[in-house]
Structure formats: C-alpha cells, structure tokens
Write a protein that binds this ligand. Structure first.
Ligand code: GDP
Length: 297
C-alpha cells in the first residue's frame, strides 16, 4: 500500500508540476486524489479528512511565490502538513533515560516484535548512549519467550535478569528494579507478556507492573503492517496503561505510510522508533521528514 500511495501522489503532483498555472479546480482534484490515496494506504477516514482540510486551508489564499511553480507549492504544502502530523517530540534523543535506574516498560500484542525491539533498544542504549542496561522478561506463561530474551541478551552483550520459575510478573518487575539499583544499571527494560488479542487479564497485569515500577517510558510495540488495527491497539493500550511512545515494527515491509500517519494523528503519541528488519541493528529513530518524503515519493 505504501508503494501505491507514493506512486499515486507522485503521478498527481507530476501532472501538476507540469502545468504552468494552477486553477482552484486543479488543487481540488489533486487533493481528492491525495484523499483517496491516503484511504487506500489504510489511513483512517477522519485522519484523511482532517489532513486534507488542513492542506486546503493552508493552500487557500496563499500567494504563489515566483520561485516555484504552483504544483511545487502544493507539494510543499502537502509535505509540511504531513510533517505537522508526523512530527515527534523525542528526537534526536528518543528516550528519556534519567534518574538511574530508569524503568522502561515494553508493551504490545504477541508477535508484534516486542522482545526483538526490547533487545534492539537495549543494544542501542548501550552502544549509542553508553548506558548500562538490564533486561527482564515478564512473560510468565511462555518460558520460550523468557529464553528468547536471554539468548538475545547474550548475543548483544546486555545482561538479563536470571529466570526464577514460579514468580509473577510483578514479582519479576520488583526483582529487576532491585537488581538494577544494586547493580548500578542506568536502565532496566521490562518485556511484558503479550497476548494474541487485548484482554482484561493482560491489561490488569500490565497495570500492576506499571504501578510497581512507575516507568520512565512506556513504549508500545505495534506491527506497522497492520494499519488501522495498530491504531486501535494503540488507543486501547493508551487508555488502559498510558503510553509515552510507539515503536512501529516491520517498516521494512510494504505498508509504510498509512499506519504512521493515523497512529500519530489518533493517539497524539510520538512514534519514537521504527523497526526495519529482524537483525539487532535494524532499528532507527522515527523521522517525520523522511517518512513524509517517502509518502510523497
Ligand atoms: P513478540 O511476540 O512481540 O515478542 O515478537 P518477537 O520479538 O518474538 O518477533 C516476532 C517476529 O517478528 C520475529 O521473527 C522477529 O524477528 C520479527 N520482527 C520483529 N521486528 C521486526 C521488524 O522490524 N521487521 C521484520 N521484518 N521482522 C521483525
């Protein structure tokens, strides 16, 4: 869908930039196509509507400067409006890590890439920011998930909390806090249990963990390919747990533009990072400029 959006906007603006003068009808026609393209890219209807409205308001009554063609001017207005929606407030230091040990809570559905992202961020904090990081898996129902984090930890040279059978998620979180304090860590990352769908038990558990450690950051990990579902998941998690930011994974796949736009517009939460593959280095700070540029092609 990303390719479609990009190509489509590209062809619309290509047409416009080839015309010397731009009539109001041309602008309307262009924005109609932008709107359709946004919807096809899985941007939600209200978001697409608001976006188009903002662009129209900006375009209306704006004198066309001599240095650019009217088409280029519309491209710039659309580009700026995309940035307005997409811009985050965490860049370039995407995570607030202070008052050590700072707890970072990782939440999200099973399969979203939560454990992978936890390890990717831990590696980043260690290598880019020089932080001492401790990771702990709270997924008491899935021993394999706990082991997965341990294996990733060994791979990237980041400590994980030793696994103790029979503990609850809250007990593990408290032990992580204690070990992080005693061990002089800067950050401890809690990889909470995911479920296939949002359910009460999951939310109660995450709330209890949150209350036990008062996280500095609560990052929601969502699959960027799931479009509108990702936005619904974010709305649910934000309402129940309160999130400070979002990580969109699988942005190396096909569905790039739409989810980011809706996510930012609907939740109002900054997209801190994007996951770009399975490797431990495959994570980047979310950059509005780059994504807006990509959407416009
Ligand atoms: P969890 O159940 O949410 O903890 O999900 P995992 O971290 O186990 O990830 C599920 C699968 O998605 C694994 O095979 C990961 O390698 C893969 N994955 C995670 N993030 C990305 C990403 O950004 N891009 C791609 N292509 N795969 C990813």
């Amino acid at each position: 869908m990303f390719e479609n959006l990009s190509e489509r906007l590209g062809s619309v603006f290509d047409r416009l930039t080839k015309q010397g003068a731009l009539t109001p009808e041309d602008v309307k026609a262009a924005l109609r196509e932008v709107r359709v393209a946004l919807l096809e890219a899985d941007v939600s209807l209200p978001v697409a509507r608001d976006f188009i409205k903002a662009v129209e308001e900006k375009a209306t009554g704006q004198a066309v400067t001599k240095s650019v063609t009217p088409g280029q001017q519309v491209v710039k207005i659309v580009h700026d409006a995309l940035i307005d929606v997409l811009k985050g407030d965490g860049e370039p230091e995407a995570l607030k890590i202070d008052n050590p040990p700072a707890p970072v809570l990782m939440v999200g559905l099973q399969g979203s890439g939560k454990t992978t992202t936890t390890a990717k961020l831990a590696k980043r904090l260690k290598e880019k920011n020089g932080k001492r990081v401790l990771m702990a898996s709270l997924d008491t129902n899935r021993p394999a998930a706990m082991e997965q984090l341990q294996i990733l930890g060994q791979q990237i040279g980041v400590d994980t909390l030793p696994i103790v059978k029979g503990e609850s998620a809250v007990q593990i979180a408290k032990r992580a806090k204690q070990q992080a304090t005693l061990g002089g860590y800067d950050v401890y990352m809690l990889d909470t249990a995911g479920r296939l769908h949002i359910d009460e038990v999951l939310m109660d558990e995450v709330q209890a963990v949150r209350d036990a450690v008062s996280p500095r950051e609560t990052l929601l990990v969502v699959d960027g390919l799931t479009g509108q579902d990702a936005v619904n998941v974010a709305t649910e998690f934000d309402g129940k747990v309160g999130i400070t930011g979002v990580v969109l994974t699988r942005m190396d796949g096909d569905g790039r533009g739409g989810a980011a736009l809706s996510m930012r517009a609907v939740t109002g939460k900054p997209i801190r990072f994007v996951g770009l593959g399975e490797k431990m280095e495959a994570i980047e700070t979310f950059e509005a400029e780059r994504v807006a540029g990509r959407i416009l092609g």
